[in-house]
Write a protein that binds this ligand. Sequence first.
Ligand code: NDP
Length: 240
Amino acid sequence: MSKKLVAITGASSGIGKALAMLFASKGHPVLLMARRIEILNALPIKEKVTANVDVTNFEQVQTAINNAEAVYGPIDLMINNAGIMPLDNYVDQSLKDKYDTIDVNVKGVINGMDAVLKQMIKNQTGTIVNISSIAGRYTSNAHSIYNGAKSAVNAITEQARKENAHNNIRFILIEPGMVDTNLLNLTSEGEILNSYNKAKKSLNGGLTPEQVADVIAYAYELPQSVNLKEILLTHTKQVV
Ligand code: NDP
């Protein structure tokens, strides 16, 4: 019998892609969601459902989940990973970049939670992993809106966890430091890019996406009665 269904948003790159490969290698069927569906389709995974999903659109998230559950049964692990990080100083950042950051990083997480939570409550089991960031704990230059978005994810996750403890549902908050992915591809301001890349180089790129995926799998594979509620992880040489 195959293992339980795992759903991952933002599975076409970085941490999400590493999660897709890891959970598939462990024998889980996976629902992979992102806008670049051709990348999802090309992943060498047999038991997968892929869906062209923009996480800011609740209908698209819910339809993908319904379609995958019709094949593989209820989702046991929902990983709200999709995110963007266009960096700029507050005064210089466009309203579009500000709104997009909130829409994808906050509304996207809410959409993922809402699409699975009622079913998990009905089944009295399930795990929701929300990918926040070290930026949800500490503010830093050029990160104000991203800081705000990730802080919101922290607060939403914490309170939803409290309200659903009696439903046997685990909410796990993951707060990585620098990870070697494409996350900075929406940032164009030269000085900000330079200083980020300099910091990244000093950490040999930071954590790998595979290392973050391993930590998430560790937390998930603990018994359902053990909730590793919040994990702040960085490259050892990263100071904050
Ligand atoms: P990547 O840029 O490599 O991956 C981001 C993923 O999000 C892509 O698969 C992308 O897919 C998806 N995505 C972006 N916008 C949308 C959208 N509107 N709808 C659906 N999917 C979307 O970055 P990471 O792997 O680094 O990022 C993953 C998560 O980790 C993010 O939440 C990020 O904030 C967080 N994080 C990353 C850190 C880092 O240093 N890299 C540190 C701390 C946290 P597509 O474009 O195909 O839709």
